[in-house]
Design a protein around this ligand. Sequence first.
Ligand code: C5P
Length: 302
Amino acid sequence: MSGAVTVRVPAKVNVRLAVGGVRPDGFHDLANVFLAVSLFDEVTATAADALTVTCEGPDAHKVPLDRTNLVARAAEALAARSGLDPAVHLHIAKRIPVAGGMAGGSADGAAALLACDALWGLDTPRAELLGICAELGSDVPFSLTGGAALGTGRGELLTPLDAGTFHWVFAVADGGLSTPAVYRAFDRLAAAAGTEVPAPAASPELLAALASGDPDALAATLANDLQPAALSLRPRLAAVLAAGTGAGALAGMVSGSGPTTAFLVRDAEAAAKVAAGLDASGTCRATHVASGPAPGATVLPG
Ligand code: C5P
Protein backbone atom coordinates (compact mmCIF):
# COMPACT_ATOMS: atom_id res chain seq x y z
CA MET A 1 0.00 0.00 0.00
CA SER A 2 1.32 3.49 -0.78
CA GLY A 3 0.23 6.99 0.22
CA ALA A 4 0.19 8.47 3.70
CA VAL A 5 -1.83 7.76 6.83
CA THR A 6 -2.33 10.36 9.57
CA VAL A 7 -3.47 9.39 13.07
CA ARG A 8 -4.67 11.88 15.68
CA VAL A 9 -4.04 10.94 19.30
CA PRO A 10 -4.98 12.60 22.63
CA ALA A 11 -3.02 13.58 25.73
CA LYS A 12 -4.19 12.23 29.09
CA VAL A 13 -4.67 13.43 32.61
CA ASN A 14 -4.78 11.09 35.60
CA VAL A 15 -7.75 12.02 37.75
CA ARG A 16 -6.49 9.49 40.30
CA LEU A 17 -2.98 8.13 40.27
CA ALA A 18 -2.68 5.70 43.19
CA VAL A 19 0.83 4.24 43.45
CA GLY A 20 1.66 1.07 45.37
CA GLY A 21 4.96 -0.55 46.23
CA VAL A 22 7.80 -1.47 43.86
CA ARG A 23 7.36 -4.82 42.11
CA PRO A 24 10.17 -7.31 41.46
CA ASP A 25 10.41 -5.97 37.86
CA GLY A 26 11.08 -2.44 39.16
CA PHE A 27 7.67 -1.06 38.14
CA HIS A 28 5.05 0.11 40.64
CA ASP A 29 1.56 -1.33 41.01
CA LEU A 30 -0.94 1.33 40.05
CA ALA A 31 -4.62 2.17 40.18
CA ASN A 32 -4.49 4.78 37.45
CA VAL A 33 -7.71 6.54 36.43
CA PHE A 34 -6.98 7.91 32.98
CA LEU A 35 -9.00 10.58 31.17
CA ALA A 36 -8.09 11.42 27.57
CA VAL A 37 -8.28 15.16 26.85
CA SER A 38 -8.68 17.20 23.67
CA LEU A 39 -5.05 18.18 23.24
CA PHE A 40 -3.79 16.19 20.27
CA ASP A 41 -0.62 15.15 18.47
CA GLU A 42 -0.76 13.83 14.91
CA VAL A 43 1.55 11.20 13.46
CA THR A 44 1.77 10.71 9.69
CA ALA A 45 3.25 7.51 8.25
CA THR A 46 4.53 7.58 4.65
CA ALA A 47 6.26 4.80 2.72
CA ALA A 48 10.03 5.48 2.59
CA ASP A 49 13.35 3.74 1.86
CA ALA A 50 14.26 3.52 5.55
CA LEU A 51 12.83 4.25 9.00
CA THR A 52 13.09 8.01 9.60
CA VAL A 53 11.43 10.36 12.12
CA THR A 54 10.77 14.10 11.92
CA CYS A 55 8.89 16.43 14.26
CA GLU A 56 7.30 19.88 14.05
CA GLY A 57 5.90 22.10 16.81
CA PRO A 58 7.15 24.53 19.47
CA ASP A 59 8.86 21.73 21.46
CA ALA A 60 10.13 19.81 18.40
CA HIS A 61 13.80 20.40 19.36
CA LYS A 62 13.22 18.35 22.55
CA VAL A 63 11.98 15.26 20.70
CA PRO A 64 14.56 12.54 19.91
CA LEU A 65 14.47 11.59 16.22
CA ASP A 66 16.41 8.33 16.57
CA ARG A 67 15.33 4.75 17.25
CA THR A 68 14.67 5.55 20.93
CA ASN A 69 11.54 7.50 19.94
CA LEU A 70 8.43 5.41 20.66
CA VAL A 71 7.17 6.04 17.10
CA ALA A 72 10.23 4.22 15.74
CA ARG A 73 9.94 1.44 18.31
CA ALA A 74 6.24 1.02 17.45
CA ALA A 75 6.99 0.71 13.71
CA GLU A 76 9.82 -1.78 14.38
CA ALA A 77 7.66 -3.90 16.73
CA LEU A 78 4.77 -4.08 14.24
CA ALA A 79 7.07 -4.78 11.28
CA ALA A 80 8.95 -7.53 13.18
CA ARG A 81 5.68 -9.23 14.09
CA SER A 82 4.56 -9.15 10.45
CA GLY A 83 7.91 -10.04 8.86
CA LEU A 84 8.13 -6.63 7.17
CA ASP A 85 10.91 -4.10 6.77
CA PRO A 86 9.98 -0.99 8.83
CA ALA A 87 10.71 1.30 5.87
CA VAL A 88 8.51 4.22 6.83
CA HIS A 89 8.81 7.92 7.40
CA LEU A 90 7.04 9.02 10.60
CA HIS A 91 6.27 12.70 11.04
CA ILE A 92 5.05 13.97 14.42
CA ALA A 93 3.02 17.19 14.62
CA LYS A 94 3.54 17.88 18.33
CA ARG A 95 1.23 19.88 20.57
CA ILE A 96 1.30 17.72 23.73
CA PRO A 97 4.02 18.99 26.13
CA VAL A 98 7.26 16.95 25.91
CA ALA A 99 8.27 15.07 29.11
CA GLY A 100 5.30 16.79 30.75
CA GLY A 101 3.35 13.99 32.44
CA MET A 102 0.61 13.98 29.79
CA ALA A 103 1.76 10.81 27.99
CA GLY A 104 2.80 12.68 24.84
CA GLY A 105 5.52 10.17 23.92
CA SER A 106 3.16 7.27 24.64
CA ALA A 107 0.48 8.94 22.51
CA ASP A 108 2.86 9.19 19.56
CA GLY A 109 3.81 5.51 19.96
CA ALA A 110 0.16 4.42 19.83
CA ALA A 111 -0.48 6.73 16.86
CA ALA A 112 2.51 5.39 14.93
CA LEU A 113 1.39 1.81 15.55
CA LEU A 114 -2.09 2.51 14.18
CA ALA A 115 -0.72 4.56 11.25
CA CYS A 116 1.73 1.82 10.21
CA ASP A 117 -0.95 -0.84 10.59
CA ALA A 118 -3.15 1.10 8.15
CA LEU A 119 -0.29 2.06 5.80
CA TRP A 120 0.85 -1.56 5.54
CA GLY A 121 -2.74 -2.85 5.23
CA LEU A 122 -2.25 -5.30 8.10
CA ASP A 123 -5.58 -4.93 9.91
CA THR A 124 -3.98 -6.31 13.08
CA PRO A 125 -6.62 -7.36 15.65
CA ARG A 126 -7.20 -4.75 18.37
CA ALA A 127 -6.08 -7.12 21.16
CA GLU A 128 -2.72 -7.62 19.42
CA LEU A 129 -2.26 -3.89 18.93
CA LEU A 130 -2.95 -3.40 22.65
CA GLY A 131 -0.36 -6.10 23.45
CA ILE A 132 2.29 -4.29 21.39
CA CYS A 133 1.29 -1.02 23.09
CA ALA A 134 1.84 -2.60 26.53
CA GLU A 135 5.35 -3.70 25.47
CA LEU A 136 6.12 -0.14 24.37
CA GLY A 137 5.15 1.44 27.70
CA SER A 138 2.67 1.47 30.59
CA ASP A 139 0.60 4.41 29.25
CA VAL A 140 0.60 3.42 25.56
CA PRO A 141 -2.48 1.11 25.62
CA PHE A 142 -4.59 3.94 27.04
CA SER A 143 -3.41 6.31 24.29
CA LEU A 144 -4.82 3.82 21.78
CA THR A 145 -8.19 3.43 23.50
CA GLY A 146 -8.76 6.98 24.86
CA GLY A 147 -12.00 7.85 26.67
CA ALA A 148 -11.74 7.08 30.37
CA ALA A 149 -10.31 3.92 31.91
CA LEU A 150 -8.87 2.39 35.05
CA GLY A 151 -5.33 1.14 34.47
CA THR A 152 -4.11 -1.56 36.86
CA GLY A 153 -0.93 -3.65 36.89
CA ARG A 154 1.74 -1.13 35.89
CA GLY A 155 -1.09 0.88 34.27
CA GLU A 156 -1.41 -1.19 31.10
CA LEU A 157 -4.39 -3.40 32.07
CA LEU A 158 -7.41 -1.30 31.13
CA THR A 159 -11.02 -1.36 32.24
CA PRO A 160 -13.19 1.25 30.45
CA LEU A 161 -15.01 3.72 32.74
CA ASP A 162 -18.07 5.93 32.31
CA ALA A 163 -17.22 9.62 32.37
CA GLY A 164 -19.14 12.86 32.00
CA THR A 165 -17.48 15.83 30.29
CA PHE A 166 -14.91 17.82 32.30
CA HIS A 167 -13.05 21.02 31.44
CA TRP A 168 -9.35 21.49 32.20
CA VAL A 169 -6.53 23.97 32.01
CA PHE A 170 -2.97 22.65 31.73
CA ALA A 171 0.00 24.77 32.73
CA VAL A 172 3.22 23.82 30.99
CA ALA A 173 6.41 24.25 33.01
CA ASP A 174 9.88 25.08 31.74
CA GLY A 175 11.80 21.84 31.26
CA GLY A 176 10.59 18.26 31.68
CA LEU A 177 10.74 15.79 34.56
CA SER A 178 12.03 12.24 34.11
CA THR A 179 9.32 9.71 34.98
CA PRO A 180 11.80 7.18 36.49
CA ALA A 181 13.32 9.99 38.61
CA VAL A 182 9.86 10.90 39.96
CA TYR A 183 9.13 7.26 40.84
CA ARG A 184 12.53 7.04 42.59
CA ALA A 185 11.65 10.17 44.59
CA PHE A 186 8.31 8.50 45.48
CA ASP A 187 10.28 5.48 46.81
CA ARG A 188 12.61 7.74 48.82
CA LEU A 189 9.68 9.62 50.40
CA ALA A 190 7.91 6.32 51.20
CA ALA A 191 11.09 4.90 52.81
CA ALA A 192 11.57 8.09 54.84
CA ALA A 193 7.95 7.90 56.07
CA GLY A 194 8.70 4.38 57.32
CA THR A 195 5.17 3.11 56.70
CA GLU A 196 4.18 0.40 54.27
CA VAL A 197 2.78 1.69 50.95
CA PRO A 198 -0.87 0.53 50.78
CA ALA A 199 -2.21 -1.41 47.79
CA PRO A 200 -3.33 1.17 45.21
CA ALA A 201 -7.06 1.68 44.73
CA ALA A 202 -9.48 4.13 43.11
CA SER A 203 -12.30 5.00 45.53
CA PRO A 204 -15.96 4.38 44.65
CA GLU A 205 -16.54 8.12 45.33
CA LEU A 206 -14.04 9.07 42.63
CA LEU A 207 -15.50 6.65 40.07
CA ALA A 208 -19.02 7.93 40.83
CA ALA A 209 -17.86 11.56 40.49
CA LEU A 210 -16.21 10.76 37.15
CA ALA A 211 -19.37 9.11 35.83
CA SER A 212 -21.62 11.92 37.07
CA GLY A 213 -19.88 14.74 35.17
CA ASP A 214 -20.15 16.87 38.34
CA PRO A 215 -16.95 18.95 38.51
CA ASP A 216 -17.38 19.80 42.22
CA ALA A 217 -17.62 16.10 43.10
CA LEU A 218 -14.56 15.25 41.00
CA ALA A 219 -12.61 18.21 42.43
CA ALA A 220 -13.19 16.81 45.93
CA THR A 221 -11.69 13.40 45.06
CA LEU A 222 -8.85 14.12 42.56
CA ALA A 223 -5.47 12.94 43.81
CA ASN A 224 -2.03 12.08 42.51
CA ASP A 225 0.30 10.04 44.75
CA LEU A 226 3.27 11.21 42.62
CA GLN A 227 2.60 14.87 43.44
CA PRO A 228 4.79 15.07 46.59
CA ALA A 229 7.61 13.37 44.67
CA ALA A 230 7.29 15.77 41.71
CA LEU A 231 7.16 18.76 44.11
CA SER A 232 10.27 17.50 45.93
CA LEU A 233 12.15 17.60 42.62
CA ARG A 234 10.53 20.84 41.37
CA PRO A 235 9.41 22.90 44.43
CA ARG A 236 8.38 25.87 42.31
CA LEU A 237 5.40 23.87 40.99
CA ALA A 238 3.69 24.80 44.28
CA ALA A 239 3.46 28.39 43.01
CA VAL A 240 1.79 27.22 39.78
CA LEU A 241 -0.77 25.21 41.79
CA ALA A 242 -1.48 28.25 43.98
CA ALA A 243 -1.83 30.52 40.91
CA GLY A 244 -4.35 28.17 39.25
CA THR A 245 -6.56 27.76 42.28
CA GLY A 246 -6.19 31.50 43.00
CA ALA A 247 -7.49 32.17 39.47
CA GLY A 248 -10.64 30.16 40.17
CA ALA A 249 -9.87 26.49 39.40
CA LEU A 250 -11.92 24.00 41.43
CA ALA A 251 -8.80 21.88 42.03
CA GLY A 252 -5.24 21.64 40.80
CA MET A 253 -2.69 18.86 40.79
CA VAL A 254 0.49 17.73 39.12
CA SER A 255 -0.36 15.79 35.94
CA GLY A 256 1.10 12.26 36.10
CA SER A 257 4.81 12.52 36.88
CA GLY A 258 4.77 16.25 36.00
CA PRO A 259 5.89 18.92 35.62
CA THR A 260 2.69 19.92 33.76
CA THR A 261 -0.02 20.91 36.24
CA ALA A 262 -3.71 20.17 35.60
CA PHE A 263 -6.59 22.37 36.79
CA LEU A 264 -10.18 21.18 36.85
CA VAL A 265 -12.61 24.03 36.09
CA ARG A 266 -16.39 24.33 36.02
CA ASP A 267 -16.91 25.04 32.29
CA ALA A 268 -15.29 26.44 29.13
CA GLU A 269 -15.77 30.03 30.33
CA ALA A 270 -13.99 29.30 33.61
CA ALA A 271 -11.22 27.57 31.64
CA ALA A 272 -10.51 30.74 29.66
CA LYS A 273 -10.42 32.80 32.88
CA VAL A 274 -8.12 30.39 34.74
CA ALA A 275 -5.80 30.12 31.71
CA ALA A 276 -5.58 33.94 31.54
CA GLY A 277 -4.84 34.09 35.28
CA LEU A 278 -2.10 31.47 34.98
CA ASP A 279 -0.60 33.22 31.93
CA ALA A 280 -0.53 36.52 33.85
CA SER A 281 0.98 34.91 36.97
CA GLY A 282 4.36 34.31 35.34
CA THR A 283 4.56 30.90 37.06
CA CYS A 284 4.36 28.79 33.87
CA ARG A 285 5.56 28.84 30.27
CA ALA A 286 2.25 28.24 28.48
CA THR A 287 -1.31 27.10 29.09
CA HIS A 288 -3.65 24.80 27.18
CA VAL A 289 -7.42 24.54 27.55
CA ALA A 290 -8.95 21.11 26.89
CA SER A 291 -11.88 18.88 27.78
CA GLY A 292 -12.34 15.16 28.19
CA PRO A 293 -13.07 12.37 27.61
CA ALA A 294 -11.58 12.55 24.10
CA PRO A 295 -11.45 9.64 21.64
CA GLY A 296 -8.29 7.53 21.43
CA ALA A 297 -5.93 7.21 18.47
CA THR A 298 -7.97 7.70 15.27
CA VAL A 299 -7.04 7.43 11.58
CA LEU A 300 -7.97 10.76 9.94
CA PRO A 301 -9.85 10.62 6.64
CA GLY A 302 -7.24 10.80 3.85
O1 C5P B 1 6.25 2.08 31.15
P1 C5P B 1 7.06 3.30 30.91
O2 C5P B 1 8.22 3.04 29.98
O3 C5P B 1 6.27 4.49 30.49
O4 C5P B 1 7.68 3.68 32.31
C1 C5P B 1 8.71 4.64 32.43
C2 C5P B 1 9.35 4.50 33.80
O5 C5P B 1 8.41 4.91 34.81
C3 C5P B 1 9.72 3.08 34.18
O6 C5P B 1 11.01 2.76 33.73
C4 C5P B 1 9.68 3.15 35.71
O7 C5P B 1 10.82 3.77 36.23
C5 C5P B 1 8.51 4.10 35.97
N1 C5P B 1 7.24 3.40 36.17
C6 C5P B 1 7.02 2.69 37.35
N2 C5P B 1 5.84 2.04 37.55
C7 C5P B 1 4.85 2.11 36.62
C8 C5P B 1 5.04 2.83 35.42
C9 C5P B 1 6.24 3.47 35.22
O8 C5P B 1 7.90 2.63 38.21
N3 C5P B 1 3.71 1.48 36.85
